[in-house]
Ligand binder design. Structure first.
Ligand SMILES: Cc1cc2nc3c(=O)[nH]c(=O)nc-3n(C[C@H](O)[C@H](O)[C@H](O)COP(=O)(O)O)c2cc1C
Length: 212
């Protein structure tokens, strides 16, 4: 339980809240990964919603204001190119004895089941004092912002990061610079009619805290 005093921010000079903490917490708990198979590939996502999603991502924090998040969005016919690039990357980077035909087939299938595939990219800034790890962390914050906004709108999203998305072959497909890194892809689409919003589960939060 949170002490109700902690929630009373009205006396703070920094109280500029646009939603109360209960609404914010509810949104975080509501954010879910929706599987590509449950997405409607054809249902349009408006330009306005795309701008909101990217705008939310852009509010992520970054050390040194490097703002390293970049997104390449594939829609319509270009989804086929991602599908082929993912399959090619999987083939190129998987030792023969580990190759799984099912996985290969899924990589070709998922991009066509969804409305859009968003390649998540960390563009390395020119501030060497900022460790690469922190640039990656900033991009993850941006993705979380976008995913929260998507869930608020009822839009499905799924972060998928097969090893193929981290490798040289997919980086070349995305025309990344030497120090940039793809961090996976987001599958995006409205849930098909009749699809239930997935339920989430988490182990108890307080088990993950050490109080000193
Ligand atoms: C960095 C990152 C990478 C992920 N990569 C994969 C993945 O490759 N395959 C997958 O099935 N899910 C992946 N996920 C999604 C998780 O499976 C999902 O977030 C988790 O099951 C919790 O479900 P929820 O998002 O609905 O709370 C990834 C999530 C994160 C944050």
């Amino acid at each position: 339980m949170i002490d109700s005093d902690v929630l009373d921010l009205s006396g703070s000079q920094y109280y500029v809240c646009v939603m109360n903490i209960t609404e914010a917490a509810a949104l975080m708990a509501h954010r879910r990964s929706v599987k590509p198979a449950n997405m409607d590939a054809d249902k349009e996502i408006s330009d306005g919603l795309w701008q909101t999603l990217i705008g939310c991502a852009n509010w992520a924090p970054s050390h040194g204001q490097t703002e390293p998040w970049r997104f390449t969005i594939f829609r319509g016919g270009s989804r086929k190119h991602v599908a082929e690039a993912l399959q090619a990357a999987y083939k190129a980077e998987t030792p023969e004895r580990e190759f799984k035909q099912q996985k290969h087939d899924n990589m070709g299938k998922y991009p066509l089941e969804v409305h859009a595939v968003v390649a998540i990219v960390m563009k390395r800034g020119d501030l060497p004092k900022v460790p690469v790890l922190e640039e990656v962390e900033a991009v993850a914050c941006a993705v979380q912002n976008m995913h929260l906004a998507a869930s608020a709108a009822g839009l499905g999203m799924y972060w998928s990061s097969p090893a193929a998305t981290y490798g040289a072959s997919f980086a070349e497909f995305l025309k990344l610079g030497d120090d940039d890194k793809c961090l996976g892809v987001l599958y995006v689409g409205w849930p098909k009619e009749g699809t239930e919003w997935p339920k989430g589960t988490r182990k108890p939060a307080m088990d993950k805290v050490v109080w000193k």
